[in-house]
Design a protein around this ligand. Structure first.
Ligand code: EPZ
Length: 435
């Protein structure tokens, strides 16, 4: 296994170009299966989840090449309808292949998805939405067997705002017979990027980025030249917090500040000076951050749940008492216990949804464990601010969503390196599928 070794209290300063968005590329790699020709994707991040998706695409019969950050996928051949279990159990967004494969082949079998342990992470709306469009889905053991001779357009109201269900149903509807209307749809920027990609292939999708999306199914999608993945707003937010927590300053290029208004507003309330243009964000941190009396995670355009852990880390060293409420996932609190090991004073409510953070002047280096992707990111941030040396174990969780975070932070003056922990037989996943 790999771990990060970080010696804290270096100011983060410098400039960084933001990578392509993990949560945009994953649905787009699934949607590629709708297209029976070659597509080129630019600005594709070299992160573990991209390689899992590539493994699925290759396994079902697509030809894939990945050079630098440019991915070329030819999905013109016959595609198999069985998604490999080891990929699906590793990554929740594998479920997005359901809509794409049903629309392409009329059949798909896959295991129930895995991913970060953030709570129930139900998939009832994925299944009920596809069934309302005519799919027949049977669960046997931990596998789903799905058939859809012909998907038909339908009006679907989702009971909860769900990014994945919105994406899965939008992909399935792109080639369904007739019109589909998705109500109470998620409005995340990654959904807008997916719609832009599908419309670039000749789909007819309107309203992405609002709570009602209308999709008129088309018979065939036409080949297109290429698509450029949007910047990753969570990676961008994480690096802004890296500067904020170390009284540093940073300039992000290739960013999209208009996708990050709630995060930028939070950082300003914590005393940071933030200047933006269309594609850059410049942050100058105060000597010590101010506490946030109240912060609530919400669906976009509210404050993103994927930045919650990183803000808890920053508020752990802010001046004063902060409260934070997690409303999206019922179990997104594993970072609290780990931050406490570093001296943070964090009190969780009985239902683990409310955090009260009493800011401390200093955190102290020790060994902590990344339980999931954003927990790991938060611990790296806390380590940058802590006195002494911190070891963040289980680094593979962080590598799912951050392209060489250790190189980026070292280039911004952090004292960080990645190393193997006790010798282990397991191959780093990336080395298995790099290509
Ligand atoms: C996406 O996950 C993101 N992942 C998550 O990012 C992000 O935290 C989440 O959206 C919310 O913004 C990707 O895009 C690959 P949801 P997703 O369906 O689609 C409930 C990260 O750190 N729900 O919007 O799985 C569900 O249990 C990851 O990058 C149902 O009840 O999230 C949850 O409580 C973590 N039934 C809520 O909706 C369903 O059928 C929101 O989940 C589907 C979801």
């Amino acid at each position: 296994m790999r771990q990060y070794r970080i010696r804290g209290q270096n100011r983060i300063e410098g400039e960084l170009c933001v990578s392509g968005a993990k949560n945009a590329v994953l649905p787009i790699l699934a949607a590629l299966c709708l297209n029976e020709s070659e597509v080129v994707i630019h600005n594709c991040p070299r992160i573990a989840d991209t390689f899992v998706s590539i493994e699925i695409l290759r396994d079902i019969g697509c030809k894939v090449s990945f050079v630098g950050n440019t991915l070329t996928v030819d999905a013109s051949g016959d595609l198999k309808h069985n998604i490999p279990d080891d990929c699906v159990t590793k990554m929740r967004s594998s479920i997005l292949f359901m809509g794409a494969m049903l629309a392409r082949n009329g059949r798909v079998n896959l295991a129930l998805p895995g991913g970060c342990k953030l709570g129930a992470r139900a998939i009832d709306m994925h299944i009920s939405g596809l069934e309302s469009m005519g799919a027949i889905i049977k669960a046997e053991g931990n596998r789903l067997y799905c058939e859809a001779p012909m998907l038909k357009g339908e009006e679907i109201e989702m009971h909860t705002v769900s990014v994945g269900a919105t994406e899965n149903l939008m992909i399935a509807a792109a080639k369904a017979k007739g019109e589909t209307v998705l109500k109470n749809a998620a409005q995340e920027p990654e959904i807008v990027d997916l719609a832009r990609f599908l419309n670039g292939l000749g789909a007819d999708i309107r309203g992405a980025g609002t709570s009602t999306i209308v999709i008129n199914g088309v018979k065939r999608l036409c080949p297109r030249d290429s698509h450029r993945i949007m910047p990753d707003r969570i990676v961008a937010g994480t690096y802004l917090v890296a500067a904020a927590i170390t009284a540093g300053e940073i300039k992000l290029t290739g960013a999209c500040p208009r996708d990050m208004l709630a995060v930028i507003s939070g950082l300003k309330k914590m005393g940071c000076r933030v200047l933006t243009t269309d594609s850059t964000i410049a942050l100058q941190a105060p000597g010590r951050l101010l506490a946030l009396p109240r912060l609530v995670t919400e669906a976009h355009p509210g404050f993103p749940t994927d930045m919650q852990a990183q803000f808890v880390a920053a508020l752990s060293v802010a001046d004063g008492r902060s409260t934070l409420r997690e409303t999206i996932f019922e179990k997104r609190f594993s970072h609290a216990e780990e931050l406490r090991k570093m001296g943070a004073d964090i009190v969780l409510s009985d239902n683990k949804q409310f955090f009260t953070v009493y800011g401390k002047k200093t955190l102290y280096g020790t060994t902590v464990e990344a339980h999931d992707l954003r927990c790991g990111a938060a611990l790296v941030l806390a380590a940058l601010a802590a006195e002494g040396e911190t070891i963040v174990t289980q680094a593979q969780h962080v590598e799912r969503g951050y392209e060489h975070i250790e190189k980026d932070l070292a280039a911004l003056s952090a004292n960080i390196r990645v190393e193997s922990s006790a010798a282990s037989s397991e191959q780093p996943y990336l080395s298995l599928v790099a290509g």
